[in-house]
Every structure is written in C-alpha cells, then in structure tokens.
Design a protein around this ligand. Structure first.
Ligand SMILES: [Zn+2]
Ligand SMILES: [Zn+2]
Length: 227
C-alpha cells in the first residue's frame, strides 16, 4: 500500500505536499511558500484531503490561519477542494474558471499579471482559465495541470529531483500524440519557457529541479515537428 502523503522541502522557502489519492489513482499536490507577509498556498488538493493539509502545516510549524494568500491554478476539485481551511487568506483564480458555489474565492486574475512576489499568465489549456504562477524570489514555476504527472509514479530520484524518468515519460506522451490541442499547448510551453524557471512544481506528482529550460525546449521542438 502506498503511503498516504509525502511532505518534502523543495528549497528554503517552499514545501510540497503530495497526497496519494487512491480514488483517482494519482498523487495530488499542494505547495506552501513562506513569505514575509505570511504563508502562501498554491492549490489545495480535494476536500477529503483537509486532514493531510493540516498535518503538513503542523509539520512545518504553521497553521491554516498563517495562510494569507491562496493561488489557484484552476478550478478543478482536486485543486480548490481544501480552500475552506484557509479562512484568513485572500484566494484568487482566473475569471474564466468555474467556482464551487458559495466559495470565497475571487475570480480576479486576468490573462497576465502580478500578485505579490508572483507573476502569472493564463495558459488556457486543460481548463479555460488555467494559469501558471512564477515565484520570482526562488524562480519556481507552478504549472497546475497544464504540465503535470497525473497518475504517474514518483521519480526514482524521489518527490523532488531532476526527474529524468518523468521528463522522458512526458516526451514519449507528447510523441505519442497524447496532447489534444497542440497549438494551445505549445503557446503555453513558450510562455513557461519565458520565465526561465529553476524549479517546476506541477499539480500532480514529481517536482522537477534543474535544466527546466532544456526540458521545455525539448517538448516545444517535438510538438512543432508533429504539427
Ligand atoms: Zn485539473
Ligand atoms: Zn488536477
């Protein structure tokens, strides 16, 4: 049986929580970023995963009330589900996303902008208002489900690693025609590459560290060839 969740340091500022979702057969991630203004959360797993979010916060010496900002990559239940925990946070999502009824999330994000230490851009693949967030101080890119490892095992190198095996799996997925709307996907990859990130934090599974630009360029070239 798989462990229920893993919590690991991405760097001095960021922790990743990867919850094993036995129902959907995938790891689902949430991220905690320590900032001067308080804690920021990127995505929040499912509502049924609240207890894991609480455990993780406890382990990093924080509580849900320390969370002042919640950035949501898109409105699917495995990303917004935990939002009820963060009653002291400003919670934001792109205007084109459908929100759960009665949620306190603000659909205020536009197609490109800045919020605190983050730059963001709508990539519009996977869901209409999917955005990627770039944390400038750590050069970390949060990609939600635009680029993720849904249903994949973790890398042999661990939850946070270079992840060569995961990269290769994505290359093969793209070569095999796994991406439906290739032009939109390629535009999103080019946007991601512009950020020149050092770390790639996705919505599901492994966190990739190092040579992100090389990986993205490889995917762009494969995509362009198969168009
Ligand atoms: Zn999704
Ligand atoms: Zn997801």
């Amino acid at each position: 049986m798989k462990v229920e969740y893993q919590l690991e340091k991405v760097n001095d500022h960021i922790d990743v929580l990867a919850v094993w979702d036995a129902e959907w057969n995938t790891y689902t991630n949430a991220y905690f970023i320590k900032e001067e203004a308080g804690l920021t959360v990127v995505d929040s797993c499912k509502e049924g995963h609240l207890v894991f979010l609480q455990h993780a916060l406890h382990k990093i010496g924080k509580t849900a009330d320390d969370v002042k900002l919640m950035l949501i990559t898109h409105g699917h239940e495995d990303h917004v589900g935990g939002e009820t925990l963060f009653t002291k946070a400003r919670k934001v999502i792109h205007a084109d996303e459908t929100l759960p009824t009665g949620s306190s999330i603000s659909g205020e994000l536009v197609d490109r902008g800045t919020i605190g230490d983050y730059d963001y851009t709508r990539v519009g693949y996977h869901s209409p208002g999917s955005v990627v967030f770039f944390h400038r101080p750590t050069r970390t890119l949060f990609t939600g489900d635009f680029l993720c490892f849904f249903g994949d095992p973790l890398s042999d190198g661990g939850l946070v690693s270079k992840g060569d095996d995961l990269r290769q799996a994505w290359v093969e997925y793209l070569q095999g025609g796994g991406v439906a709307d290739l032009p939109v996907f390629l535009d999103g990859l080019r946007i991601m590459k512009e950020y020149d990130a050092d770390v790639l934090c996705t919505g599901h599974g492994g966190v990739l560290v190092g040579e992100i630009d090389v990986f993205l360029q490889e995917l762009i070239e494969i995509g362009e060839k198969s168009q």
